[in-house]
Design a protein around this ligand. Sequence first.
Ligand code: NAD
Length: 244
Amino acid sequence: MHNQLEIPLSLIQILHRAGRVTVLTGAGISAESGVPTFRDAQTGLWAQYNPEDLATPEAFRRNPQLVWEWYAWRRDLVSGVEPNAGHRALAELEQRLPMLTLITQNVDGLHQRAGSRRVIELHGNLFRTKCLEEETLVETWEDRGEIPPRCPRCGAWLRPDVVWFGEMLPTAALREAETAALSCDIFFSIGTSTLVYPAAELPLMALRSGATLVEINPQPTPLSELADFSLRGPAAEVLPMLLP
Ligand code: NAD
């Protein structure tokens, strides 16, 4: 196992020979853009709340106004930041490699803003809204000053189109992600603690089907021991080093 910030030549060679590359990203890749991970301390008004107690269906039913406002705050935060060198390096790799599948647990849309064209969003997107009851996407609604606003069709509350703790992942996205994990030559796990299932299962599926497993994270995770290469550094520093 390699543990230094220099990229081992053998990894560069494997990457250049790889036909299929699959990448899984988590909140850590956006940390250097200024988007806090759930494990970072929250700031300001929201410091008193634990995100894992806000991002649940129960929390929304208990206090929909609080949860809606937390998401509104996160949307504002993300709107004010830029993709970083890590997001940009992945967009560049998508152009240069024969087949790169990018799977993200993030809901911030920063990969797309950095230029990645195909992104499998496992946990939805902060900037989409859906009806709580019908689950259909809703793009516009009348602002009657109500928080959360109401579905223009059925009058139920609107909610962010994200996957909350305890909810099912979108079936098609998960299936596509699993296929990409099972059929790749090399799998990158970047900026994720690999504690949140079922996304955490993807690197293990890749490993079992014979892929080279690479982790990029400044901190060790349960995956570090299993990875062929564990690159302990921030994604925005390490990923640009993979570009030829
Ligand atoms: P997580 O479980 O994906 O953990 C974050 C990981 O990122 C940690 O292992 C940490 O060591 C690592 N990390 C921190 N800085 C890094 C850097 N500069 N480069 C690389 N790795 C770095 O994420 P979580 O915060 O525990 O969130 C749980 C769920 O909530 C996930 O679905 C997550 O994606 C989502 N979430 C998304 C966003 C976002 O869209 N930006 C933000 C917060 C949480």
